[in-house]
Design a protein around this ligand. Structure first.
Ligand code: AMP
Ligand code: MG
Length: 390
């Protein structure tokens, strides 16, 4: 049994990255940038008004000014501001020549094309050329996971065809003779396959290209065939079940036969101890425990950073330190515990009660995982705990 840190190092070391492709920037949400993006212009590209008001000379503010023109956003001013004159200007419009200040419309009165400033304390209200960004400046770095705000920046610098890393190709299998697909009604002794869809959903949410390979029966030959077949197309195979100590847990043996090098067999985490990570060249197998809470947990804490790195992004979990809302006690302390939890509106975190790692329903209101360090059996109400968003 190795620690989570050791497992993290193994799954994130010496990884290849997927190839690079050029895509439309509108489709790039959730993709990882494969190039640095630079601004192709100053921003703002010209001095512009930050308010609706009157552009004038600050030295004229005490006297009545003659209105020259109205400058709409997107239009060029045609008149230069001379002493004793002003131009009405809209937010975002280009400042006329010789103006050094814009008085907000609310602080003025206009009568017969003559403008008086009623409140003489005014800021300049000008967004100056290049104050946000200089032409040629780095705006988004390679390896950034693109979110809506990045899409806006790509749009603003005209980077409409960014290079991004290709999606990782993942195949998800569920092993177990007891499983039936979710659209079937299980007969006695069977259960619905919930892991398969959960893992597909977790991988899809990360922007991977995921195929669901179906339920694989607890049969050595069929399992071997399925793995060999999936390796032809996919970079990563994610399996659930079949790695414990049961009579029909064949996965470790088959990986060995296929000369896929098993690098992890079990991890000191709870839930999710029986986890297998294996590698053959640039093909990988993640075999997760069959219990749905365990499989969810291991995907979050290990498969996720691994898959992001294959796609070029150095993902790290966001860990918050929050007070726990009720005293929490656990039995064993030999493993790093992960407890599904809800972050409450008051900023505290509530550990969710769950019966065991099959109790997936407990996760319905979970938005986080609390981690309880090795050797710690209890946390008192109000104590700070590490909380990872999911
Ligand atoms: P295993 O790791 O194959 O020994 O399975 C451990 C437990 O998880 C057993 O109770 C299985 O029935 C259950 N289990 C395995 N695979 C799934 C699955 N795909 N969906 C829901 N439960 C599962
Ligand atoms: Mg099984």
């Amino acid at each position: 049994m190795i620690t989570l840190e050791e497992a993290f190092t193994i799954v994130t070391s010496d990884l290849p990255r997927t190839g690079i492709e050029v895509i439309d920037f509108r489709m790039a949400t959730g993709r990882v940038l494969a190039e640095d993006i630079f601004s192709d212009m100053d921003m703002p590209p010209f001095d512009k008004s930050a308010v609706d008001g009157y552009a004038c000379r600050r030295s004229d503010i005490g006297s009545t000014m003659r209105l020259l023109e109205v400058i709409a956003a997107g239009k060029l001013p045609t008149r230069r501001i001379e002493p004793g004159t002003c131009s009405k200007i809209m937010t975002g419009a280009m400042l006329p020549e010789n103006a050094d200040c814009v008085v907000m419309v609310e602080q003025t009165s206009e009568n017969d094309s003559m403008v008086t400033v009623t409140d003489q304390k005014t800021k300049n209200n000008i967004a100056y050329c290049a104050e946000d960004l200089k032409k040629g400046a780095l705006v988004i770095s390679e390896e950034t996971l693109l979110q809506p705000q990045h899409i806006a920046v790509l749009a603003s610098v005209g980077a409409v065809k960014p290079k991004v890393f290709k999606k990782v190709k993942i195949c998800v299998f569920s092993t177990g003779d007891e499983l039936v697909e979710p659209d079937e009604v299980p007969e006695t002794s069977k259960i619905r396959n919930s892991n398969g869809s959960q893992l597909v959903s977790q991988a899809v949410r990360m922007g991977a290209e995921v195929e669901y390979g179906g339920i694989v029966p607890d049969n050595e030959d069929i399992t071997r065939e399925k793995l060999v077949e999936a390796f032809q197309i996919h970079d990563v195979i994610i399996l659930s079940g079949g790695i414990s100590m049961g009579d029909f847990d064949y996965i470790p043996k088959i990986l060995n036969e296929l000369q896929v090098n098993t690098l992890i067999r079990s991890i000191a985490v709870q839930p999710g101890k029986p986890t297998v990570f294996a590698r053959s060249g640039n093909k990988f197998v993640f075999a997760l425990p069959g219990n749905p809470v365990s499989s969810f947990n291991i995907f979050e804490i290990l498969a996720k950073p691994f898959i992001y790195r294959l796609m070029g992004h150095h993902w790290q979990p966001l860990i918050l330190r929050l007070p726990i809302s009720e005293t929490f006690i656990r039995k064993g302390t030999a493993r790093l515990g992960f407890v599904p939890a809800t972050i409450k509106p008051d900023g505290s975190v509530k550990a969710l009660i769950y019966n065991g790692s099959a109790h997936i329903n407990a996760l319905v209101t979970a938005n986080a995982l609390i981690s309880i360090p090795l050797g710690i059996a209890s946390v008192t109400k109000g104590e700070l705990v590490d909380v990872r968003l999911i």
